[in-house]
Design a protein around this ligand. Sequence first.
Ligand code: CA
Ligand code: CA
Length: 384
Amino acid sequence: MVQFSEIAFQNKGVAVSLAGAKAYNPDGKNPEGEKPAMAIDGSTKTKFVDVNAGPLMIELTNQVEVDRFSFTTANDAPERDPVQWWLEGSSNGFDWVLLNAQRVDYPTPTGRGQQTEWFPFLKADFGYFFFRFVPTTRSANMVQISEIAFRNRGVQVSMSNATATNPGGENMIGETPDKAIDGNTQTKWIDKNVEGLIIGFVQPVQADSFSFTTANDFPARDPVQWQLEGSGTGVKWVVLHSQTTDYATPTERFTQTEWFSFAKASVPTPAPTPAPTPAPPTLPPAKVSLAVVTHMLPEKVRWSISVKGGAQLCAGGPYKQWYATILVAEGECKMKTGTTYELQCMDQYGEGWAGGHLKINDAKYCGDYQWGGGKVTNRTFVAP
Ligand SMILES: [Ca+2]
Ligand SMILES: [Ca+2]
Protein backbone atom coordinates (compact mmCIF):
# COMPACT_ATOMS: atom_id res chain seq x y z
CA MET A 1 0.00 0.00 0.00
CA VAL A 2 1.33 3.45 -0.86
CA GLN A 3 0.08 6.87 0.20
CA PHE A 4 1.02 10.54 0.21
CA SER A 5 -0.94 13.73 0.58
CA GLU A 6 0.50 15.82 -2.25
CA ILE A 7 2.90 15.72 -5.18
CA ALA A 8 4.33 18.96 -6.56
CA PHE A 9 6.55 20.08 -9.44
CA GLN A 10 8.75 23.11 -9.99
CA ASN A 11 10.64 24.68 -12.84
CA LYS A 12 13.60 26.96 -12.06
CA GLY A 13 12.29 27.36 -8.51
CA VAL A 14 8.77 28.32 -9.58
CA ALA A 15 5.78 26.09 -8.77
CA VAL A 16 4.22 24.37 -11.77
CA SER A 17 0.46 24.90 -11.68
CA LEU A 18 -1.61 21.73 -11.53
CA ALA A 19 -4.86 23.62 -12.10
CA GLY A 20 -7.13 21.55 -14.33
CA ALA A 21 -4.74 18.59 -14.20
CA LYS A 22 -6.16 15.07 -13.97
CA ALA A 23 -4.68 12.27 -11.90
CA TYR A 24 -5.01 8.59 -12.76
CA ASN A 25 -3.90 5.43 -11.02
CA PRO A 26 -4.05 2.65 -13.66
CA ASP A 27 -4.53 -0.79 -12.07
CA GLY A 28 -4.77 0.91 -8.69
CA LYS A 29 -7.27 0.30 -5.89
CA ASN A 30 -8.22 3.38 -3.89
CA PRO A 31 -10.30 3.57 -0.72
CA GLU A 32 -13.30 5.93 -0.86
CA GLY A 33 -12.20 9.56 -0.54
CA GLU A 34 -8.54 8.70 -1.14
CA LYS A 35 -8.51 8.86 -4.93
CA PRO A 36 -5.63 9.92 -7.25
CA ALA A 37 -7.06 13.45 -7.46
CA MET A 38 -6.34 13.90 -3.74
CA ALA A 39 -2.60 13.91 -4.57
CA ILE A 40 -2.94 17.17 -6.52
CA ASP A 41 -5.79 19.01 -4.75
CA GLY A 42 -3.40 21.36 -2.96
CA SER A 43 -4.40 20.11 0.50
CA THR A 44 -2.09 18.10 2.76
CA LYS A 45 -5.23 17.09 4.72
CA THR A 46 -6.35 14.83 1.88
CA LYS A 47 -4.33 11.92 0.56
CA PHE A 48 -3.97 9.49 -2.29
CA VAL A 49 -3.93 5.82 -1.22
CA ASP A 50 -3.29 2.87 -3.52
CA VAL A 51 -3.66 -0.58 -2.01
CA ASN A 52 -1.88 -2.03 -5.09
CA ALA A 53 1.05 0.43 -4.99
CA GLY A 54 0.63 1.10 -8.71
CA PRO A 55 1.74 4.15 -10.68
CA LEU A 56 0.18 7.60 -10.30
CA MET A 57 -0.22 9.43 -13.59
CA ILE A 58 -0.81 13.18 -13.81
CA GLU A 59 -2.06 14.73 -17.00
CA LEU A 60 -1.58 18.48 -17.33
CA THR A 61 -3.74 20.72 -19.49
CA ASN A 62 -0.75 21.99 -21.46
CA GLN A 63 2.90 21.10 -22.05
CA VAL A 64 5.18 22.49 -19.33
CA GLU A 65 8.86 22.61 -18.46
CA VAL A 66 9.62 20.89 -15.17
CA ASP A 67 12.99 20.36 -13.49
CA ARG A 68 12.24 18.93 -10.04
CA PHE A 69 9.54 17.37 -7.88
CA SER A 70 8.65 16.75 -4.27
CA PHE A 71 5.93 14.99 -2.33
CA THR A 72 4.32 15.39 1.07
CA THR A 73 3.64 12.58 3.50
CA ALA A 74 0.08 11.75 4.57
CA ASN A 75 -1.60 11.86 7.99
CA ASP A 76 -0.69 8.38 9.26
CA ALA A 77 1.07 5.04 8.60
CA PRO A 78 4.67 6.01 7.64
CA GLU A 79 5.19 2.45 6.37
CA ARG A 80 3.00 3.41 3.39
CA ASP A 81 5.28 6.33 2.41
CA PRO A 82 7.12 6.00 -0.91
CA VAL A 83 10.82 5.21 -0.35
CA GLN A 84 11.75 4.07 -3.86
CA TRP A 85 10.28 5.29 -7.16
CA TRP A 86 10.61 6.05 -10.85
CA LEU A 87 9.35 9.38 -12.14
CA GLU A 88 8.79 9.59 -15.87
CA GLY A 89 7.59 12.35 -18.19
CA SER A 90 5.82 12.13 -21.50
CA SER A 91 4.47 14.55 -24.08
CA ASN A 92 2.06 12.04 -25.64
CA GLY A 93 1.28 9.47 -22.93
CA PHE A 94 3.08 6.68 -24.82
CA ASP A 95 6.78 7.56 -24.95
CA TRP A 96 8.12 8.08 -21.46
CA VAL A 97 11.42 9.63 -20.44
CA LEU A 98 12.98 8.83 -17.09
CA LEU A 99 13.20 12.00 -14.97
CA ASN A 100 14.08 10.79 -11.47
CA ALA A 101 14.83 7.43 -9.93
CA GLN A 102 15.23 6.34 -6.33
CA ARG A 103 16.58 2.79 -6.30
CA VAL A 104 17.57 2.50 -2.63
CA ASP A 105 15.28 3.42 0.25
CA TYR A 106 15.07 7.20 0.59
CA PRO A 107 14.79 8.51 4.16
CA THR A 108 11.27 9.84 3.60
CA PRO A 109 10.34 12.06 6.59
CA THR A 110 8.50 10.04 9.22
CA GLY A 111 6.81 13.31 10.26
CA ARG A 112 3.22 13.41 9.00
CA GLY A 113 2.14 16.06 6.51
CA GLN A 114 5.80 16.81 5.88
CA GLN A 115 7.22 17.75 2.48
CA THR A 116 10.33 16.04 1.14
CA GLU A 117 13.24 17.88 -0.41
CA TRP A 118 13.02 18.77 -4.11
CA PHE A 119 14.35 15.96 -6.24
CA PRO A 120 16.16 17.26 -9.35
CA PHE A 121 15.54 15.60 -12.68
CA LEU A 122 18.21 13.51 -14.37
CA LYS A 123 20.27 15.11 -17.11
CA ALA A 124 19.39 13.99 -20.62
CA ASP A 125 22.66 12.02 -20.93
CA PHE A 126 22.52 10.44 -17.47
CA GLY A 127 23.49 7.02 -18.83
CA TYR A 128 21.69 3.86 -17.80
CA PHE A 129 20.39 2.11 -14.70
CA PHE A 130 20.32 -1.24 -16.48
CA PHE A 131 22.42 -3.13 -19.01
CA ARG A 132 21.27 -6.34 -20.69
CA PHE A 133 23.60 -8.85 -22.32
CA VAL A 134 21.69 -11.10 -24.75
CA PRO A 135 24.06 -13.80 -26.05
CA THR A 136 24.11 -16.53 -28.68
CA THR A 137 26.65 -19.31 -28.13
CA ARG A 138 28.70 -21.65 -30.29
CA SER A 139 26.47 -24.61 -29.43
CA ALA A 140 23.39 -22.68 -28.31
CA ASN A 141 22.42 -25.24 -25.65
CA MET A 142 23.58 -23.10 -22.74
CA VAL A 143 25.61 -19.99 -22.09
CA GLN A 144 28.29 -19.29 -19.51
CA ILE A 145 30.67 -16.46 -18.65
CA SER A 146 32.71 -15.90 -15.52
CA GLU A 147 32.51 -12.10 -15.51
CA ILE A 148 31.00 -9.14 -17.33
CA ALA A 149 32.49 -5.66 -16.97
CA PHE A 150 31.78 -2.11 -18.12
CA ARG A 151 34.13 0.78 -18.63
CA ASN A 152 33.81 4.53 -19.12
CA ARG A 153 36.70 6.57 -20.53
CA GLY A 154 39.09 3.84 -19.54
CA VAL A 155 37.83 3.54 -15.98
CA GLN A 156 36.13 0.31 -15.00
CA VAL A 157 32.60 0.73 -13.61
CA SER A 158 32.31 -0.46 -10.01
CA MET A 159 29.92 -3.35 -9.52
CA SER A 160 29.69 -2.84 -5.76
CA ASN A 161 26.08 -1.60 -5.97
CA ALA A 162 25.07 -3.72 -8.95
CA THR A 163 22.54 -6.53 -9.04
CA ALA A 164 22.49 -9.26 -11.69
CA THR A 165 19.31 -11.03 -12.76
CA ASN A 166 18.44 -13.48 -15.49
CA PRO A 167 14.68 -13.35 -16.15
CA GLY A 168 13.45 -16.52 -17.81
CA GLY A 169 16.82 -18.16 -17.26
CA GLU A 170 17.56 -21.54 -15.72
CA ASN A 171 20.74 -21.54 -13.68
CA MET A 172 22.80 -24.41 -12.33
CA ILE A 173 23.25 -24.59 -8.56
CA GLY A 174 25.74 -21.94 -7.45
CA GLU A 175 26.02 -20.60 -11.01
CA THR A 176 23.56 -17.76 -10.67
CA PRO A 177 23.59 -14.32 -12.38
CA ASP A 178 25.39 -12.66 -9.43
CA LYS A 179 28.42 -14.84 -10.21
CA ALA A 180 28.94 -12.78 -13.39
CA ILE A 181 29.65 -9.64 -11.35
CA ASP A 182 31.39 -10.97 -8.23
CA GLY A 183 34.84 -9.96 -9.46
CA ASN A 184 35.99 -13.58 -9.36
CA THR A 185 36.79 -15.41 -12.61
CA GLN A 186 36.65 -18.74 -10.73
CA THR A 187 32.86 -18.39 -10.42
CA LYS A 188 30.50 -18.28 -13.38
CA TRP A 189 26.95 -17.65 -14.53
CA ILE A 190 25.29 -20.45 -16.49
CA ASP A 191 21.91 -20.19 -18.18
CA LYS A 192 20.45 -23.29 -19.81
CA ASN A 193 17.84 -21.15 -21.56
CA VAL A 194 20.34 -18.66 -23.06
CA GLU A 195 18.28 -15.67 -21.92
CA GLY A 196 19.53 -12.16 -21.18
CA LEU A 197 21.72 -11.21 -18.24
CA ILE A 198 20.54 -7.93 -16.69
CA ILE A 199 22.88 -5.80 -14.59
CA GLY A 200 21.06 -3.15 -12.54
CA PHE A 201 22.64 -0.21 -10.70
CA VAL A 202 21.28 2.00 -7.92
CA GLN A 203 22.85 5.11 -9.50
CA PRO A 204 22.88 5.94 -13.22
CA VAL A 205 25.98 4.60 -14.91
CA GLN A 206 27.86 6.12 -17.83
CA ALA A 207 29.65 3.46 -19.84
CA ASP A 208 31.25 3.45 -23.28
CA SER A 209 32.36 -0.17 -23.60
CA PHE A 210 31.98 -3.64 -22.14
CA SER A 211 33.89 -6.90 -21.97
CA PHE A 212 33.38 -10.41 -20.65
CA THR A 213 35.62 -13.20 -19.38
CA THR A 214 35.38 -16.85 -20.35
CA ALA A 215 34.64 -19.46 -17.70
CA ASN A 216 36.57 -22.54 -16.57
CA ASP A 217 35.38 -25.11 -19.14
CA PHE A 218 33.32 -25.88 -22.29
CA PRO A 219 34.19 -23.19 -24.90
CA ALA A 220 31.00 -24.30 -26.71
CA ARG A 221 29.05 -22.37 -24.08
CA ASP A 222 30.93 -19.11 -24.72
CA PRO A 223 28.96 -16.23 -26.24
CA VAL A 224 30.01 -15.59 -29.85
CA GLN A 225 27.20 -13.28 -30.92
CA TRP A 226 25.27 -10.89 -28.74
CA GLN A 227 23.39 -7.69 -28.23
CA LEU A 228 24.35 -5.41 -25.35
CA GLU A 229 21.53 -3.04 -24.42
CA GLY A 230 20.96 -0.18 -22.01
CA SER A 231 17.80 1.02 -20.27
CA GLY A 232 16.56 3.62 -17.80
CA THR A 233 13.82 1.66 -16.07
CA GLY A 234 14.40 -1.85 -17.44
CA VAL A 235 11.34 -1.68 -19.70
CA LYS A 236 12.53 -0.11 -22.95
CA TRP A 237 16.01 -0.98 -24.23
CA VAL A 238 18.43 0.65 -26.66
CA VAL A 239 21.11 -1.35 -28.44
CA LEU A 240 24.62 -0.26 -27.44
CA HIS A 241 26.66 -3.00 -29.07
CA SER A 242 25.66 -5.66 -31.53
CA GLN A 243 27.78 -8.63 -32.61
CA THR A 244 25.94 -10.27 -35.52
CA THR A 245 28.70 -12.54 -36.86
CA ASP A 246 30.63 -15.08 -34.78
CA TYR A 247 33.23 -13.28 -32.73
CA ALA A 248 36.54 -15.11 -32.08
CA THR A 249 35.86 -15.46 -28.36
CA PRO A 250 39.08 -16.74 -26.73
CA THR A 251 39.01 -20.53 -26.40
CA GLU A 252 41.47 -20.08 -23.52
CA ARG A 253 39.67 -20.37 -20.20
CA PHE A 254 39.42 -17.51 -17.61
CA THR A 255 40.32 -15.09 -20.42
CA GLN A 256 38.92 -11.62 -20.87
CA THR A 257 37.79 -10.40 -24.30
CA GLU A 258 38.73 -7.03 -25.74
CA TRP A 259 36.59 -4.01 -24.77
CA PHE A 260 33.68 -3.59 -27.16
CA SER A 261 32.88 0.08 -27.71
CA PHE A 262 29.28 1.22 -27.68
CA ALA A 263 27.93 2.86 -30.78
CA LYS A 264 27.01 6.31 -29.54
CA ALA A 265 25.79 9.36 -31.38
CA SER A 266 28.07 11.68 -29.45
CA VAL A 267 30.88 10.93 -27.08
CA PRO A 268 31.30 13.59 -24.37
CA THR A 269 34.60 15.49 -24.31
CA PRO A 270 36.93 13.52 -22.07
CA ALA A 271 37.50 15.11 -18.70
CA PRO A 272 40.82 14.58 -16.90
CA THR A 273 40.67 10.88 -16.07
CA PRO A 274 40.83 10.16 -12.35
CA ALA A 275 42.96 7.30 -11.14
CA PRO A 276 40.98 4.09 -11.59
CA THR A 277 39.47 2.78 -8.40
CA PRO A 278 39.38 -0.98 -8.58
CA ALA A 279 36.00 -2.51 -7.88
CA PRO A 280 35.76 -4.38 -4.59
CA PRO A 281 35.97 -8.07 -5.50
CA THR A 282 32.88 -9.19 -3.63
CA LEU A 283 29.84 -7.64 -2.01
CA PRO A 284 29.94 -7.90 1.78
CA PRO A 285 27.29 -10.08 3.36
CA ALA A 286 24.39 -8.03 4.71
CA LYS A 287 23.39 -8.12 8.36
CA VAL A 288 19.70 -8.84 7.93
CA SER A 289 17.43 -10.20 10.62
CA LEU A 290 14.19 -11.82 9.56
CA ALA A 291 11.31 -12.56 11.88
CA VAL A 292 7.75 -13.62 11.18
CA VAL A 293 5.26 -12.24 13.67
CA THR A 294 2.01 -14.17 13.58
CA HIS A 295 -1.35 -13.12 14.95
CA MET A 296 -4.33 -15.13 13.80
CA LEU A 297 -4.40 -17.85 11.12
CA PRO A 298 -0.62 -18.29 10.66
CA GLU A 299 -1.35 -21.49 8.73
CA LYS A 300 -2.39 -19.42 5.73
CA VAL A 301 0.68 -17.21 5.27
CA ARG A 302 3.78 -17.90 3.24
CA TRP A 303 6.63 -15.70 2.01
CA SER A 304 9.68 -15.85 -0.21
CA ILE A 305 12.66 -13.62 -0.94
CA SER A 306 14.33 -13.53 -4.35
CA VAL A 307 17.00 -11.46 -6.00
CA LYS A 308 14.86 -8.91 -7.83
CA GLY A 309 13.78 -10.57 -11.08
CA GLY A 310 15.98 -13.57 -10.31
CA ALA A 311 16.41 -16.74 -8.33
CA GLN A 312 14.67 -17.42 -5.03
CA LEU A 313 16.90 -17.08 -1.99
CA CYS A 314 14.73 -18.36 0.83
CA ALA A 315 11.12 -18.93 1.79
CA GLY A 316 8.97 -19.71 4.81
CA GLY A 317 5.55 -20.61 6.10
CA PRO A 318 2.88 -21.68 6.67
CA TYR A 319 3.19 -21.57 10.45
CA LYS A 320 1.43 -23.28 13.32
CA GLN A 321 1.99 -20.89 16.22
CA TRP A 322 -0.61 -18.13 16.77
CA TYR A 323 0.60 -14.84 18.28
CA ALA A 324 4.26 -15.82 18.04
CA THR A 325 7.54 -14.37 16.83
CA ILE A 326 9.38 -16.87 14.67
CA LEU A 327 12.99 -15.97 13.91
CA VAL A 328 14.44 -17.04 10.58
CA ALA A 329 17.93 -18.45 11.15
CA GLU A 330 20.71 -16.17 9.90
CA GLY A 331 22.24 -18.74 7.53
CA GLU A 332 18.92 -19.43 5.86
CA CYS A 333 18.77 -16.23 3.85
CA LYS A 334 22.21 -14.95 2.90
CA MET A 335 21.81 -11.49 1.40
CA LYS A 336 24.39 -9.08 0.06
CA THR A 337 24.64 -5.44 1.06
CA GLY A 338 23.16 -2.97 -1.40
CA THR A 339 21.35 -5.64 -3.39
CA THR A 340 17.68 -5.22 -4.26
CA TYR A 341 15.50 -8.14 -3.23
CA GLU A 342 11.91 -8.93 -3.94
CA LEU A 343 9.72 -10.10 -1.10
CA GLN A 344 6.54 -12.01 -1.88
CA CYS A 345 3.83 -12.08 0.75
CA MET A 346 1.40 -14.87 0.03
CA ASP A 347 -2.03 -15.34 1.47
CA GLN A 348 -4.30 -18.36 1.25
CA TYR A 349 -7.65 -17.21 2.56
CA GLY A 350 -7.92 -13.60 1.45
CA GLU A 351 -7.49 -11.71 4.67
CA GLY A 352 -3.90 -10.63 4.22
CA TRP A 353 -1.70 -11.74 7.08
CA ALA A 354 -4.55 -11.27 9.59
CA GLY A 355 -2.57 -8.92 11.81
CA GLY A 356 0.77 -10.66 11.36
CA HIS A 357 3.79 -9.35 9.48
CA LEU A 358 7.31 -10.14 8.31
CA LYS A 359 10.02 -8.03 9.91
CA ILE A 360 13.21 -7.30 7.98
CA ASN A 361 15.49 -5.60 10.49
CA ASP A 362 13.15 -2.88 11.77
CA ALA A 363 10.88 -2.60 8.75
CA LYS A 364 7.55 -4.38 8.69
CA TYR A 365 6.28 -5.98 5.48
CA CYS A 366 3.30 -8.11 4.44
CA GLY A 367 1.18 -6.90 7.38
CA ASP A 368 -0.10 -3.78 5.67
CA TYR A 369 -2.05 -5.70 3.06
CA GLN A 370 -5.54 -6.99 2.68
CA TRP A 371 -6.02 -8.84 -0.52
CA GLY A 372 -8.10 -11.46 -2.34
CA GLY A 373 -7.80 -15.18 -1.68
CA GLY A 374 -4.70 -16.93 -2.95
CA LYS A 375 -3.09 -13.66 -3.98
CA VAL A 376 0.55 -12.68 -3.86
CA THR A 377 1.91 -9.24 -3.09
CA ASN A 378 5.40 -8.12 -4.00
CA ARG A 379 7.56 -5.62 -2.14
CA THR A 380 11.16 -4.78 -2.83
CA PHE A 381 13.86 -3.83 -0.37
CA VAL A 382 17.58 -3.29 -0.46
CA ALA A 383 19.76 -5.22 1.96
CA PRO A 384 21.51 -2.76 4.32
CA1 CA B 1 -4.00 16.26 -1.02
CA1 CA C 1 32.53 -14.57 -11.44
